[in-house]
Design a protein around this ligand. Structure first.
Ligand SMILES: Cc1cc2nc3c(=O)[nH]c(=O)nc-3n(C[C@H](O)[C@H](O)[C@H](O)COP(=O)(O)OP(=O)(O)OC[C@H]3O[C@@H](n4cnc5c(N)ncnc54)[C@H](O)[C@@H]3O)c2cc1C
Ligand code: FES
Length: 427
């Protein structure tokens, strides 16, 4: 009996010890788990802090290293980028050997080219097609432009693009203005992105893709690349390599004019033009930031259908390589006033001694000036480069689209401006 009691008591003690032990183990495991979570939180916090510090340093360098006016760059390399041979990349290093400001992915450079037989330097913009993380050189990729298919005989081919292709050699030095432009990736966002490039409109979105890859971004990224066919497509090996190294990136290639076996051979994913239906097949949801650059018909179709799909306007960002119809869709105030029966304002070009009534058809003061034979230098024709800034002697302008940066006081960017009443320009 005593033995039984002793054994029973022993079991109770053992059970109590086991319970206490289990409690301690649970506590210990809990403490370990907490420590692990604290470490994870700390690592996450450290990573976020590192990112913020790096961003702040990049912003600082962008401000400190930028330059105003022209800076000389040496062409250190040329590279054809497609089978057709009409897209060529140019790698540029600063001639002064100084550091380069980091640019925002999607921005462009403005060039002032001294082309023989041209009365004045020719100003043109080219998007940076390299990664902002490449800090030793800039890269642009230029498509050679022939006369438009519908042009009368004798119409000259594109001035600047042909000059680049035919004349700009390795070792040459050219004048370049600092990176600029509002069409750039929101580098502070963590949201999924859809990057859409049509033809040579690939360049700014390629720079965005490269930046996402070079900064090890975890953002979901879809790259839609629409071209005519395998002869036309540029930089495709570079793009495929980036996509294959990043499981969160996806590529959709569209050929509008494919060869018979292109789809079967997986040279492209779809035949035809880029449409919202194609995009919906891949994206499933509209919760993306969309960046679009390409020919005006593609941009018009895509931006309109994205809005219809419910994508908020602020999530649809686009750039046209010129005075595209997308940009001109906004109504001009002066055009509205004359359409509503008011008298058309008078536009005077003081130095050329010409005065004409504002014409709705002109769309911008730059177009009107050119129609009247008044010479005003222009570059981007999209309010980006500042080349067309013209002094306003009397009156004021209304902007068709907001300028990228405010022009100097008393001047207007006439490529995107209409008169707001009678106006006198110093041109
Ligand atoms: C922000 C921005 C970024 C850009 N990025 C790039 C880029 O990355 N890559 C790129 O390749 N381009 C880019 N562009 C476009 C580039 O700036 C030039 O507009 C393009 O290279 C054409 O310039 P060009 O001097 O060769 O042609 P232009 O001399 O301006 O001629 C344009 C077209 O008009 C035709 N033309 C000339 N005269 C007449 C006439 N009398 N009648 C009818 N037609 C005529 C020409 O044959 C040609 O087809 C960008 C533009 C902008 C605004
Ligand atoms: S031409 Fe570039 S801002 Fe007007």
């Amino acid at each position: 009996m005593i033995l039984a009691l002793q054994i029973g008591g022993g079991f109770i003690v053992i059970a109590a010890l086991l319970q206490a032990g289990a409690g301690m183990i649970t506590q210990f495991a809990g403490a370990l788990r907490k420590r692990h979570m604290d470490q994870q939180r700390l690592a996450f916090f450290k990573k976020q802090t590192d990112i913020l510090i790096k961003r702040a340093e990049t912003d600082r360098q962008r401000n400190v290293l930028t330059w105003s006016g022209k800076r000389k760059f040496r062409v250190v390399r040329r590279q054809l980028e497609n089978k057709l041979g009409d897209i060529c990349s140019f790698y540029l290093e600063p001639h002064d050997g100084g550091s380069l400001p980091p640019f925002l992915p999607g921005q462009f450079l403005t060039f002032e080219l001294n082309i023989p037989d041209q009365p004045r330097p020719v100003v043109r913009c080219y998007s940076l097609s390299g990664s902002p993380e490449d800090r030793d050189f800039y890269r642009i990729s230029v498509r050679r432009l022939g006369p438009p298919p519908s042009a009368e005989p004798g119409v000259p081919p594109g001035l600047s693009s042909n000059f680049f292709h035919n004349n700009v050699k390795e070792g040459d030095v050219i004048d370049v203005m600092a990176p600029n432009g509002k069409f750039h990736l929101d580098v502070h966002s963590d949201r999924p992105v859809a990057l859409i490039g049509g033809g040579v409109g690939l360049t700014p979105v390629l720079s965005m893709l490269k930046w996402l890859a070079d900064t090890n971004s975890h953002r979901e990224a879809w790259f839609f690349y629409a071209v005519r066919n395998g002869e036309d497509i540029a930089c495709i090996d570079e793009i495929r390599e980036i996509i294959s190294n990043n499981s969160n990136f996806h590529l959709v290639v569209l050929y509008s004019d494919p060869a018979d076996d292109d789809v079967a051979a997986k040279n492209c994913d779809c035949a035809g033009y880029l449409s919202i239906d194609v995009m919906k097949d891949y994206l499933k949801t509209s919760n993306f930031e969309f960046y679009i650059c390409g020919p005006p018909p593609m941009m018009n179709a895509v931006t309109t259908s994205l809005k219809e799909w419910g994508v908020p306007e602020e999530d649809i960002r686009f750039e046209a390589f010129g005075p595209a119809s997308v940009k001109k869709a906004a109504p001009a105030a002066a055009a509205e006033s004359s359409a509503s029966g008011g008298e058309a304002p008078t536009v005077s070009f003081a130095r050329s001694n010409k005065s004409v009534p504002w014409s709705e058809a002109a769309e911008t003061l730059l177009d009107l000036a050119e129609e009247c034979g008044v010479q005003i230098a222009s570059g981007c024709r999209a309010g980006n480069c500042g080349t067309c800034a013209t002094a306003v002697k009397e009156g004021k302008v209304t902007y068709v689209t907001p300028p990228t940066s405010q022009p100097a006081k008393g001047t207007a960017l006439v490529c995107i401006a209409c008169p707001d009443g009678d106006i006198v320009l110093d041109a």
